[in-house]
Design a protein around this ligand. Structure first.
Ligand SMILES: [Fe+2]
Ligand SMILES: [Fe+2]
Length: 325
């Protein structure tokens, strides 16, 4: 361990071997990875059109809300250029090409790139989506970027990614469960594959933060508190449709996700609770007064949020997205 007053630059440098280790543990090699083509009909095959017909038949009964959530999830995944450039802009991280941090960023992006690719192709093949409208939303989202309020700070950024990868694992898993119930086993399988990638990514980012807690507990605690006070926003919070004011589309997307129980305010609370446990907040030592107060705040937060969440009603407002005909 290094001294408790180490700077962020020193901590990030000190973590390089750890990141390398976690990369081997939690990312897969290209050789060991699934590819979208493994999971979708192969256009070279004679039975291709028959498979498409079957795919479309299965997708016919997917509910409107599920389809809308899936489109929103796909747009979110396809805005990957935003997330990669954001990762590269984090301060105090060694930026040489060979640094495990930079290798991590590239390999993580390479894995994530399959998600949007897979979901986009699937949605196109269902014949239920207005692809032009969906593509325009993706272009908007990448151009609009996002504001996660992490201030390019590695400590805040890895709280964010720990939270967000856990949330995406959960939501893709839920979409898989609902798809299965609605009779689309193929979609269930696709989302299951994506969810399992997200689970590995979540584990890695949680491990990064756990390691920072060892080296710089007070600053890490303050960063965690700061992110929780600001609230974790979804990466697609600027999502919009052609001809629709910014903010509206995203609101309707999250409403649909709440309605079908893919991602709710209670999930937000549960994820926070999980992080408090994961990082053993109760037993962290080396805190000053501000650090102690930050810990108290974060530990008490899940119960407070739960009470608010339990009072919230699931939004009933129907909305016609331009993405779905
Ligand atoms: Fe993803
Ligand atoms: Fe992810």
């Amino acid at each position: 361990m290094i001294t408790a007053i180490a700077s962020r630059v020193e901590v990030m440098k000190w973590m390089e071997d750890f990141v390398q280790e976690k990369m081997t543990e939690f990312l897969k090699s290209v050789e060991d990875s699934w590819q979208p083509a493994d999971l979708l009909p192969d256009a070279r095959m004679e039975n291709f059109f028959e498979e498409i017909k079957n795919l479309q038949e299965r997708a016919r009964d997917l509910s409107y809300d599920l389809l809308a959530v899936l489109v929103g999830d796909t747009i979110t995944e396809e805005a990957l250029p935003t997330y990669e450039s954001w990762l590269m802009s984090i301060k105090d991280v060694p930026s040489n090409e060979d640094s495990p941090w930079m290798k991590w960023n590239r390999a993580w992006t390479a894995e994530e790139n399959r998600h949007g690719d897979l979901l986009n192709k699937y949605l196109y093949l269902t014949g239920r989506i207005n692809m032009r409208e969906m593509e325009a939303s993706t272009q908007y989202l990448i151009a609009d970027g996002f504001d996660l309020q992490t201030d390019n700070d590695p400590y805040r950024a890895f709280v964010y990614t720990s939270f967000q990868e856990t949330a995406t694992n959960l939501s893709h898993r839920r979409v898989a469960q609902i798809a299965k119930k609605q009779g689309d086993g193929m979609l269930a399988k696709l989302c299951g594959y994506v969810a399992s990638d997200e689970a590995r990514h979540a584990k890695a980012y949680k491990a990064f933060v756990g390691k920072i807690f060892e080296a710089d507990p007070n600053e890490m605690m303050l960063a965690f508190e700061d992110m929780m006070r600001k609230k974790i926003v979804m990466p697609a919070h600027y999502m919009r449709e052609l001809g629709v004011d910014m903010g509206k589309t995203f609101g309707h997307f999250t409403d649909a996700a709440q309605r079908i129980n893919v991602y709710t305010a209670l999930d937000y609370t549960d994820i926070l609770k999980d992080l408090v446990k994961e990082w053993k907040l109760e037993t962290v030592t080396g805190l000053n007064d501000a650090g102690e107060r930050a810990r108290d705040y974060v530990i008490a937060l899940p119960d407070r949020l739960r009470r608010v969440a339990e009072r919230m009603r699931s939004p009933q407002l129907e909305y016609k997205f331009r993405w779905i005909d």
